[in-house]
Write a new protein. Structure first.
Ligand SMILES: Nc1nc2c(ncn2[C@@H]2O[C@H](COP(=O)(O)OP(=O)(O)OP(=O)(O)O)[C@@H](O)[C@H]2O)c(=O)[nH]1
Ligand SMILES: [Mg+2]
Length: 311
């Protein structure tokens, strides 16, 4: 202990610091948890699975710690190139962290057979991990206590988790216990990031994500999965205190255009209004948001376009 302490100057007192990946099936509440821990919305959230497509970094700072969270896309059986990339991103994150939070949605009814299958899947993923794994049983607000206790036993038998924590990411119930467990397993170290930044994501990326979230929330069926957002220009006018943003909502098929634009352009307008409000909050400035819809045929299978999107 003394040796470790001696390695730090007074201004750089040893703190608990490290990276923590949040992984698990789609729709478990991973992004909700990250935003809740950060007390700020960084990662987009929707009731539809496969909302998060990239690794999103969120930095928690306190006097005694810096926890760098990695929100990841949901783990699922992926067939399409975009989905395969998403799963790769999530699995890659397991190898560069000091702890893993594996989150599952316990409100989903699980038949016995499926339970076994899910357990094996979980154990398979976690076998690759050499750091402590904390299992978070999320959405307990939707479950009665008896069912929860049985559930904890089932999962505790699957893998030697460092801890099993029931929680409601939506309500923040369980956050303090989770932080306490993380602090037990994180090493002593420096602050890797300055204290005043909550993420390393660019403003452009966060803006594109907000627009994509509104498409997820305001359109149904296949549209969300066929949507990518490209920021085409981002111009600040400090004199006017206004940021003008041009963005394209990119779809896979001509036939999807009408659905996103809507009758008399109403759907696109409501997507734009909802997005603008959130973007103004994020950037703390007035925003003029110009959206248009374009088609890039089967973009989610187009390796070149996926590269443009940063995959
Ligand atoms: N009732 C309840 N709903 C929750 C809770 N946590 C998350 N949700 C809801 O679950 C849905 C999915 O949440 P997300 O945070 O987007 O889930 P995710 O795991 O990031 O999903 P992907 O990015 O698609 O993998 C949203 O509608 C959330 O509001 C919870 O504790 N209780
Ligand atoms: Mg997510």
């Amino acid at each position: 202990m003394m040796d470790l302490v001696d390695n730090y100057s007074d201004t750089d007192k040893p703190i608990r610091s490290g990276m923590v990946a949040i992984v698990g099936p789609p729709n478990a509440g991973k992004s909700t948890l990250m935003n809740g821990l950060l007390e700020q919305k960084i990662s987009i959230v929707s009731p539809k699975p496969q909302t998060t497509r990239n690794r999103i970094l969120g930095i928690m700072n306190d006097e005694g710690y810096q926890i760098v969270l990695l929100d990841t896309p949901g783990l699922h059986k992926a067939r399409e190139p975009l989905n395969q990339e998403m799963v790769r991103i999530a699995l890659d994150s397991l190898h560069e962290v000091d702890a893993v939070i594996y989150m599952i949605d316990v409100s989903l009814p699980l038949p016995e057979k499926l339970k076994e299958e899910k357990g094996q899947e979980l154990a398979g993923y976690m076998e690759q991990v050499s750091c402590p794994v904390i299992l978070v049983l999320n959405k307990v607000d939707l479950l009665n206590k008896e069912k929860l206790l049985a559930m904890i036993q089932v999962y505790a038998d699957i893998f030697p988790f460092h801890a099993v924590i029931p929680m409601s990411a939506l309500k923040g119930d369980g956050n303090q216990r989770l932080i306490a467990e993380l602090l037990q397993v994180l090493p002593l170290g420096p602050r890797y990031y300055p204290e005043d930044i909550p993420t390393d994501a660019t403003e452009r990326f966060l803006v594109a994500e907000i627009i994509r979230e509104k498409v997820f929330l305001l359109t149904g069926e296949e549209i969300p999965y066929s949507t990518a957002v490209l920021i085409e220009s981002f111009k600040e006018d400090p004199a006017k205190g206004l940021i003008t943003i041009h963005a394209a909502i990119v779809l896979e098929r001509e036939s999807q255009k009408g659905i996103v634009i809507g009758k008399g352009g109403m759907k696109l307008k409501s997507i734009g209004t909802a997005a603008r409000k959130d973007i103004e909050k994020l950037l703390d400035q007035k925003v003029l948001l110009k959206l248009w819809v374009k088609v890039r045929k089967n973009w989610s299978r187009d390796e070149k376009f996926l590269k443009e999107l940063g995959f």
